[in-house]
Design a protein around this ligand. Structure first.
Ligand code: FE2
Length: 310
């Protein structure tokens, strides 16, 4: 399957309690590039190797968490086709006109069975990665790659109810593949489901939680394990609260670090993982191997990892 439907996670809007502290974290420390502040005081960031205008929007609020997440689709025709399919699945779809969201074409918005607000869009202003598109070279100017050396936004983990229905929506309507799942060893109930629209081990995942609409983490891609160690050094230097230092997931095989922003939202930086193809079989883990599934270098699940969400 050529990638011509839903392309990738393109945008998250995160609620933060203190905008100044959040900008220090996502901008100065993590090294995302601040591209804009809008009239409502929301702050926009991009990772260096993304062409689109922004991927992270911060909104000051009284509680932390995720306002919405948005996937980019290939073109407007795809958006039109998906609107009908989402309605057929049984979800009401709200149409949002071009320009309502900054630098963006029209959007579709709907609420997932898990309670999360999701958007789809086909157009966003592209400002490039500073290399240009003619003989672009490989290294931007000094100072463009900074902080944790993040290449791009990668995926989300969302906590909520009805995660089997979420996975069914993503498979039947958005044509994602179910790449991996974690099930209860006794009841066989789904505890976590990983779905991909690309060759990545996941583009989004859902973890079962007692409450709807919870945010587990947003993840950013680093180029190498040496950049992961560099990020770990930066996390220590800036006294950023760490949940899990350098480790590797059994599920997805990504090498990872988990830490928190100043509002308590969980972030991840990661590198690696296998290449998924549409004919790759779904991998199943059960709770008898929970430690290895979660953190394969010490085979130890962290309780907070399954209970702390915003
Ligand atoms: Fe992740």
């Amino acid at each position: 399957m050529a990638l011509r439907g839903v392309l990738r996670l393109g945008e998250v809007r995160i609620r933060v309690l203190d905008m100044e502290a959040a900008c220090r974290h996502y901008g100065d420390h993590m090294g995302l590039l601040k591209v804009m502040t809008d009239a409502d005081g929301m702050t926009y960031f991009k990772a260096w190797d993304e062409h689109d205008h922004h991927c992270v929007v911060l909104r000051k609020a009284d509680s932390a968490g995720l306002d919405y997440f948005a996937f980019k689709v290939y073109d407007d025709k795809t958006l039109t086709a998906l609107e009908g399919k989402i309605k057929e699945f049984g979800l009401p779809v709200e149409r949002i006109a071009a320009g309502v969201y900054a630098k963006s074409g029209r959007r579709l918005q709907f609420v997932l069975p898990s309670g999360h607000t999701m958007q789809l869009y086909a157009e966003k202003e592209q400002i490039g990665n500073t290399l240009g598109t003619i003989n672009p070279g490989v290294m931007p100017d000094e100072g463009v790659i900074r902080g944790f050396r993040i290449n791009r936004i990668d995926h989300l983990l969302l906590g909520g109810v009805n995660i089997d229905e979420n996975a069914r929506l993503f498979r039947e309507v958005f044509e994602f593949d179910l790449t991996e799942r974690l099930i209860d060893a006794d009841s066989k109930a789904s505890l976590a489901l990983f779905v991909s629209c690309s060759t990545k081990p996941h583009d989004v995942a859902f973890v079962l939680q007692p409450n709807p609409n919870k945010f587990h983490h947003v993840s950013f891609l680093l180029e190498s394990v040496s950049d992961l160690v560099h990020a770990a050094d930066m996390i220590g230097k800036h006294r950023i609260p760490v949940e899990v230092n350098t480790n590797r997931h059994g599920i997805t095989r990504g090498a990872t670090i988990y830490f928190f922003d100043p509002s308590g939202n969980r972030n991840e930086v990661f590198t690696g993982g296998y290449v998924h193809y549409p004919d790759t079989p779904t991998l199943t883990w059960d709770t008898s191997a929970l430690g290895a599934a979660a953190f394969s270098q010490d085979n130890t699940p962290r309780e907070s990892f399954f209970t702390v969400l915003t």
